[in-house]
Design a binder for this molecule. Structure first.
Ligand code: XMP
Length: 519
């Protein structure tokens, strides 16, 4: 285990991903984690993240000096490096020149373990206003940039390393090598953490924990709950019951596809229940136009319907556990147990409120076998488990489904129009060989109605919005450059084949200032 100690850095997840890409298991923990807890985890190394603060401010996050005396290798990044310098008696100052972006990096310590095999002249990604003006005693300077005399420093005897730049971002081309050097050469990690080991160990652990008990899982058809279902099915077979609440707001044919894979005719050993709740959803959404209100209604209905089904099932015969497809970014972003800031509140993990869990007599802690994994790792597990590729690489789809892709009031007709347009759009993108895995591609329905002419008749119909964004983290995104001819084919087909549409538009907005979804 390697611990990424979080000081509020926006790149903490990226650091953790890079570490895992080196096949080393790591977890992100808050800087508020007491030192005894850290020691008890017995990490092979600790990485201090960057953060938005300045070490001089009294309220800035910090960590007690004893951390550096544990004998555990430490790598400080950006704010983490300044904190190390400041705590150990070096000098941190406001830099005369701030550095942002690509910066030339010169390696001064060719013998440094973490700089091993790094070119003497390379490039790094900088983002700082303070800098280390003087290294603490016992530290050697191992790299500099034109405006930053101490871009890297180290005290190899104490296994303390620090870099002012960001080795975790792709803009530091040799950053991954430096991280890998730190993990293998300094921390002594073997780098053997792999998905097939994960699957084997997790299935065994689930078997052991669950024994003869039964487990209930809310299945949405998304990657996370799908992989959770299959892992559990491998471990406990028919002791698992999956409930799929079809809200009628799925993409075209998706409800049936979920049933085909998990239903009695499917490939997996489990019990599957589909609740067709479309009508109930449409009734409740009638006349509602506010996006947040729609989200609330859809979320509350899920709890109501899934809860009622869970109650019925528990009355029929005991379930001990609920399972959930929570993944690591959900845990980090919801701030659970980490003291991190809440970034998004709309994370939908398909669970029930705690009171209901208690009322239904489930164990208080849900089973969350993917809790420690990133999305790309979940996908690898999915492939390892033999889940079809089209399910594993399914595009992210929001919990409220087309409910938030139909702008304004949601009606069965508008959902149908959106489903048809979206299916055509994705089919054409697929045909054109556009890699939809690089982001999110979908059709939405605007609430604009406008005049058109078809044949000799005037039309007054809806405008479909095609959206395509390229993103790796869904926090920022740019509109995808789709060839004009592909967009034209989509426009032609959608207007000809989908009744109720007379205009097609392509959304160019990036995020920020837009969001990925229209609502
Ligand atoms: P935005 O629109 O916030 O989307 O830029 C970022 C990512 O989150 C998804 N999204 C949601 N997911 N419930 C969800 O489960 C929601 O209410 C919701 N709203 C947006 C969106 O699809 C994108 O992947």
């Amino acid at each position: 285990l390697v611990v990424v100690l979080d000081f509020g850095g926006q790149y903490k997840q990226l650091i953790a991903r890079r570490v895992r890409e080196c096949q080393v298991y790591c977890e992100i923990h808050s800087y508020k984690t007491p030192i005894d807890e850290l020691k008890a985890m017995a990490p092979k190394g600790i990485i201090l993240t960057g953060g938005p603060n300045s070490v001089f401010e009294a309220t800035s996050p910090t960590y007690q000096k004893e951390l550096y005396e544990l004998g555990i290798p430490i790598l400080g990044i950006c704010y983490g490096s300044q904190l190390m310098a400041h705590t150990l008696g070096g000098e941190v100052k406001k830099a005369p020149v701030s550095e942002y972006g690509h910066t030339k990096l010169t390696i001064d310590g060719p013998d440094s373990l973490i700089m091993k095999d790094v070119a003497a002249d390379t490039v790094c990604w900088m983002s700082h206003t303070d800098y280390i003006a003087k290294a603490p005693e016992g530290f050697a300077v191992t790299a500099h940039t034109p405006n930053c005399p101490i871009a890297a420093m180290e005290n190899p005897d104490k296994k303390l390393y620090a870099v002012q730049f960001h080795p975790e971002v792709v803009h530091t081309p040799e950053g991954k090598k430096m991280l890998q050097n730190f993990l293998t050469k300094v921390c002594g990690c073997a780098g053997t953490w792999q998905m097939n080991t994960f699957v084997k160990d997790t299935v065994a652990a689930l078997k052991e924990k669950i024994g003869d008990d039964r487990v209930l899982l809310g299945l949405s058809g998304g990657v996370d709950s799908t992989v959770t279902a299959v892992l559990l099915s491998k471990a406990i077979g028919k002791q698992l019951t999956c409930v799929f609440v079809d809200h009628g707001l799925m993409r075209k044919d998706e409800g049936d596809e979920v049933e085909a894979v998990f239903g009695p005719k499917g490939d997996f050993d489990l019990n599957f229940i589909r609740v067709n709740a479309g009508e109930t959803y449409f009734k409740k959404l009638k006349g509602v136009t506010d996006p947040e209100q729609k989200r609330k209604i859809i979320g509350a209905l899920f709890v109501e319907i899934f809860g009622a089904e869970a109650k019925k099932l528990t009355d029929e015969g005991g379930f001990k556990y609920m399972a959930q497809g929570t993944i690591y970014p959900d845990v980090v972003e919801s701030g659970a147990g980490n003291g991190g800031a809440v970034i998004k509140s709309h994370h939908n993990v398909g669970g029930l409120p705690q009171e209901m869990v208690v009322e239904l007599g489930f164990d208080q802690t849900p089973i969350e076998p993917l809790r420690d994994l990133f999305k790309d790792e979940v996908r690898k597990v999915g492939l390892e488990l033999g889940i079809p590729r089209n399910l594993v690489f399914r595009q992210p789809f929001p919990g409220p489904g087309l409910g938030i892709r139909v702008v304004g009031e949601v009606t069965p007709e508008k959902v149908k129009i959106t489903q048809e347009a979206d299916a055509i759009y994705r089919e054409e993108l697929e045909k054109a060989g556009i890699d939809m895995g690089k982001g999110q591609f979908f059709a939405a329905l605007s609430n604009l109605r406008s005049v058109g002419v078809m044949g000799d008749d005037r039309t007054y119909d809806y405008a479909v919005v095609l959206r395509g964004v390229i993103t790796s983290d869904f926090m920022t995104a740019e509109a995808a450059e789709i060839p004009w001819s592909v967009l034209q084919t989509c426009m032609n087909r959608i207007i000809n084949e989908v009744k109720g549409v007379n205009r097609v538009m392509y959304d160019l907005t990036s995020k920020p200032p837009g969001t990925i979804e229209l609502e």
